[in-house]
Write a protein that binds this ligand. Sequence first.
Ligand SMILES: Cc1cc2nc3c(=O)[nH]c(=O)nc-3n(C[C@H](O)[C@H](O)[C@H](O)COP(=O)(O)O)c2cc1C
Length: 262
Amino acid sequence: MPILVAPLAGMALNMGNAMDEREYMTGMIEGAKAAGSITFTCDGPSPIFFELGLELLKKSQGWGVPTIKPRPEETFVEMARQMEQCGVPAIATDIDAAGIVHMKRAGQPAGPWPFAVWERTISRVKLPVILKGVMTAAEAKLAAEAGAAGIIVSNHGGRVLDHTPGTAEVLPEIAAAVKGRLKVFVDGGVRSGTDVLKMIALGAEAVFIGRPMAVAAVGGGPEGVALLLNHYAEQLGTAMIYTGCNTLADIGPSVLWPIRNE
Ligand SMILES: Cc1cc2nc3c(=O)[nH]c(=O)nc-3n(C[C@H](O)[C@H](O)[C@H](O)COP(=O)(O)O)c2cc1C
């Protein structure tokens, strides 16, 4: 299942209290599980984000990946240790939260930290660490050198810095630079199974979907999340039939006609 659920939370902060935060995160985690996918949970200025993730990931026996904000080293390592106890397969961190306004306002530093700090922090976390928010090949190479197990090519849904390029534009160069050294994931505006096919053709190994999954969770709980993921997976299957791809590994640049004709 190459379609994963991006970290996205904050009913009070971001979604006009559309529903109870626990009910929402349960929908995201359990719905993804039912569709054979996985949800990345969040961290934020209020402890509720991390604590809820911890509680629900424990309950789901580690079926999810916590995204810990790029907090100071000791705090990050301690939070990662708590998550390790839940049986999660990896830890992610949204390094592009370095300038994020909610964390600044709450007086909680979220980087940016120098390369040496990341190298040491990653070496101190037992689980694979995925860096989210990589937008250049140079940065992706640094992530590999620092020991990251994966990167998520992401501009945080356009929420952190205006005028950043789209992720589909930067993905091929990044994938060419580091694929094979670490896992390359992507998010940003993926809205159909055909979009998933395109992102894989551009070099991603799996994609994340954010905002539509939140809409599904608010509207339909776990069933809504599972329904939408299954819908995207079915569309991907259809797109694979029409492009002659039997397996995900068959999806390459040749399915994108402008590149094929170059
Ligand atoms: C309301 C909202 C909250 C988000 N919170 C987080 C977060 O806590 N951590 C994180 O890494 N990304 C966060 N994101 C970014 C998403 O994970 C994702 O990168 C982005 O929405 C792009 O994917 P999409 O276009 O499919 O929504 C948030 C996005 C939105 C819209």
